[in-house]
Design a protein around this ligand. Structure first.
Ligand code: ATP
Ligand code: MG
Length: 482
């Protein structure tokens, strides 16, 4: 019955290429008399009808030998990369699909490390060491029962019920390798599954064990959560289990509502999650999603209650921008142009909205175009996503004003071509004309020219900029040199 179940699913969800590959592996394994099984993510994803980029094969024997046997059936022979110590090997097909071969193993863990002691084991041992029931299913590639599903923990039932749970005692599973707690939440978010009650309670109980996991691995899982369709699911679980507190306490500080004189502010944690989901709906850009996560990160340290006004968070945009670097460092996120981009958007996230409130001057528009540059569309997406009021009328009014800002930005942009704009006179030219070395004076003159154009004092043209520069320099007692 299970064989039938799987074959039907295989026919529906495996591509022709994938089926040919599995038959090729089965034939090569038969040739060297080695039992082997598809296991883990590939089985799960095929039963769910999802695409796969890789497949894991467990063999009862030497994984490297099987990988070589499979590689030899290709013309020309495929390259095999292997780790001798672990008996694992990998081949990459010409279409990019990767297959990993591992000898079946039995694992035992020690208190201080997620690295287990490994012994050679049986298929059952290997299934027992898997993290979740839905990841422990195997499919035989042996000749006599090719295609049979070997599912000791009823993973199929959990796939149907959309449940994540551990095959063995959850406390032992999570304590042995605490990364599995992150993986549980990641799979729940990616697949839109729920974590079974006892498994969830066990994560909360074992949260402290996350300390033995490197930040790189934690962040790897976190980014997979963020890249999911509805990332708030994962953050909510991370918060409720207490895991988030261990590696990203700045974010948990956003949670909660304080009330003074009957006035409360919104819960900035759940507001942030709403903004994140809104951004995720509009864009797949991981770093724009990070900007959503961090846009209000400085609200807790800037929060004040002002008599007559209520709650304020003055300067949370500027402080938030500053907080990006230490947070990226702490989370081992890359300290490169992605950080710059996220910090820039966090720093600018109030600007478009403030334009929609005050009287709109061309100069304010020009400044936003100049400051946002090529990231203007992303900034506008972030700001639209930031409108999360429950009051429908308020949301509509905001969005309408926002449309006006967008229209006006477009007109100013067309007139002035200010985006990705370089002022007509740069520092090198200032130095040449006045024969100055790199100095404060040069910076001052250059900035004065740029500001005059952005303020609309002079047109965005070389001649006007040149005259203005001569005049500014003269005020400082500097004159052109022949
Ligand atoms: P994806 O590739 O989408 O991340 P996956 O399930 O294939 O999902 P991998 O990390 O590629 O995840 O791992 C492959 C398989 O190895 C898993 O399905 C699971 O059976 C097992 N596995 C991976 N990591 C662990 C772990 N930390 N503890 C126990 N089993 C694990
Ligand atoms: Mg995988």
């Amino acid at each position: 019955m299970l064989l039938h179940y799987f074959c039907t699913q295989m026919d529906i969800t495996c591509t022709k290429e994938e089926r040919q590959l599995l038959e090729r592996i089965a034939a090569a394994a038969d040739g060297i008399n080695m039992p082997c099984y598809l296991i883990g993510g590939f089985v799960r994803d095929k039963l769910l009808g999802r695409n796969s980029k890789d497949a894991d094969i467990v063999c009862v024997g030497d994984g490297i030998a099987l990988a070589n046997a499979v590689a030899a059936t290709f013309e020309p022979k495929l390259q095999v990369s292997f780790f001798k110590n672990f008996g694992t090997a990998q081949i990459k097909l010409n279409n990019g699909f990767e297959v990993e071969f591992v000898g079946a193993r039995k694992e035992s863990y020690q208190e201080h490390s997620r690295k287990p002691l490994v012994e050679i084991g049986t298929l059952v041992d290997d299934q027992n060491r898997r993290d979740f029931t839905i990841n422990a299913m195997a499919i035989s590639l042996c000749k006599d029962d090719f295609g049979a599903l070997i599912d000791p923990f009823n993973g199929v039932g959990d796939l149907e019920a959309k449940i994540i749970q551990t095959p063995l005692d959850a406390d032992i599973t999570f304590s042995d390798d605490p990364l599995r707690m992150m993986r549980a939440i990641r799979f729940a978010t990616q697949l839109n599954f729920v974590i079974e009650e006892k498994t969830l309670a066990s994560i909360a109980r074992n949260k402290e064990r996350i300390k033995i996991i490197s930040q790189e691995r934690i962040t790897d899982e976190l980014n997979k959560i963020i890249a999911s369709k509805v990332p708030s699911v994962g953050f909510d679980l991370l918060y409720r289990t207490g895991l988030l507190e261990y590696f990203f306490p700045q974010m948990t500080l956003l949670a909660g509502v304080e009330i003074i004189e009957g006035k409360g502010h919104k819960d900035n944690f759940y507001h942030t999650l709403q903004v994140l989901d809104n951004v995720a709906y509009r864009s797949n850009n991981l770093w724009l999603r990070w900007a959503a996560i961090l846009h209000d990160i400085a609200k807790p340290p800037t929060k004040r209650f002002e008599m007559g006004h209520g709650w304020t968070f003055h300067g949370h945009d500027a402080l938030g921008k500053k907080m990006c670097t230490p947070i990226f460092r702490q989370l081992k996120l890359p300290l490169n142009e992605h950080l710059k981009y996220v910090a820039k958007l966090v720093g600018l996230h109030l600007r478009p909205i403030s334009l929609s409130k005050e009287e709109i001057t061309d100069s304010a528009m020009r400044r936003l175009l100049f400051d946002a540059g090529e990231d203007l569309e992303d900034l506008m997406m972030l700001c639209e996503s930031d409108i999360t009021s429950k009051n429908k009328q308020k949301v509509r009014r905001f969005l309408e004003n926002f449309e006006i800002v967008k229209q006006r930005l477009k007109i100013v942009e067309e007139q002035d071509k200010i985006r990705n704009w370089q002022p007509p006179i740069d520092g090198a030219e200032v130095m040449r004309i006045f024969n100055l070395p790199p100095s404060r004076e040069v910076g001052f003159i250059k900035t004065a020219v740029r500001e005059a154009i952005l303020d609309g004092l002079i047109p965005n043209e070389y001649d006007a900029a040149y005259s203005f520069m001569i005049q500014k320099a003269a005020e400082m007692g500097i004159i052109p040199q022949p």
